[in-house]
Ligand binder design. Structure first.
Ligand code: MG
Length: 308
């Protein structure tokens, strides 16, 4: 279990100076006694708000229709369970789009020798790649170059169609940690990225969705990846090249972004591929993505047999 230090029990939610209601929450999906549920993670407990599949349908609706009510229920005294009894799942299960940026950190572009792009370098993953904070990363048979990428994930809470940068953040529900796992050998052989990036379990997500108002500036966060406890990536989201409002605005010019969609904003320096010699993930390794104010996402690498 991983508990963001900033989660405060019974925190009040005052209106912002603009009069906008604050909703500071850490939304989680979890399994408890064999049942999938969703709720809010606090320091020592999980507030139970409903069945797990309900969160999925809620996240696909405009946040204006549910976020204020959920914040209100957070302030009441709903049933709770000790956090240690909850097995966390990925907070998102079936986003309509999972959009990933390549080469979007200045330090990562430097280590790969590439120049920073003027427009987003975009690729997609599919929902089969999602796994949760307590799921294993399954190395497909024959893959020898398995790599990690710590990334800040942005979750949309409101439909975005041709939105100017100045209004883009109004469409953000919150943030989560993402590990953009890649099979570099498949990625190189295929000459495009879909198969090497979208294998089952190649997108660990979590531990929670931290609502936007808890992170006033998402471009000032420490971001790290550790493998077996050793720091491999150690940067800050200030290194992000195309900032979140610009990314949302640009993407929304050509594709309508829906509530529940995930945009993963690229990775900083220190990936296994760029190290000399390369440092690939091996079976039994644990890889942990930590982002300030959000939490930690720790997964173990596991080899898998050729035939199921
Ligand atoms: Mg990436």
């Amino acid at each position: 279990m991983f508990f963001p230090a900033s989660v405060a029990s019974g925190k009040k939610h005052p209106a912002s100076p603009k009069g906008e209601q604050k909703h500071t929450m850490h939304l989680v999906r979890f399994t408890h006694q064999g049942h999938e549920k969703f709720g809010l993670l606090r320091q020592e407990e999980v507030i139970v708000l409903g069945e797990g599949r309900d969160l999925e349908s809620i996240l696909h609706r405009d946040m204006d229709s549910w976020l204020p009510d959920m914040a209100h229920r957070n302030l009441s005294i709903p049933p709770s369970i000790p956090a240690g009894e909850a097995r966390l799942q990925a907070p998102l299960a079936h986003p309509s789009k999972m959009l990933f940026l390549g080469l979007n950190y200045a330090d990562h572009a430097r280590e790969t020798g590439a120049s920073l792009p003027k427009e987003p370098v975009l690729f997609a993953k599919f929902p089969n790649s999602i796994t949760g904070p307590q799921g294993d990363i399954q190395r497909p048979p024959g893959v020898a170059q398995l790599d990690y990428e710590a990334e800040l994930g942005v979750i949309l809470g409101r439909r975005a169609h041709r939105i100017p940068p100045g209004r883009a953040m109004d469409h953000v529900l919150g943030y989560t940690c993402v590990n953009d796992i890649s099979a570099r050998d498949i990625q190189t052989r295929d000459r495009q990225w879909t198969r090497g990036k979208s294998a089952d379990t190649f997108c660990p997500l979590g531990p929670s969705i931290v609502t936007r108002d808890e992170i006033p500036d998402p471009h000032t966060l420490k971001i790290q990846a550790r493998v077996n406890g050793e720091v491999r990536q150690d940067s800050t989201t200030a290194q992000m090249h195309l900032k979140i409002p610009e990314v949302i605005s640009t993407l929304s010019q050509t594709m309508t972004l829906e509530p529940g969609d995930l945009i993963s904003t690229g990775t900083p320096a220190g990936v296994g591929m760029a190290r000399r010699p390369p440092a690939w993930l091996r079976d039994g390794d644990t890889v942990e993505v930590t982002i300030e104010k959000i939490g930690s996402l720790k997964n173990r690498v596991q080899g898998t047999p050729e035939w199921a």
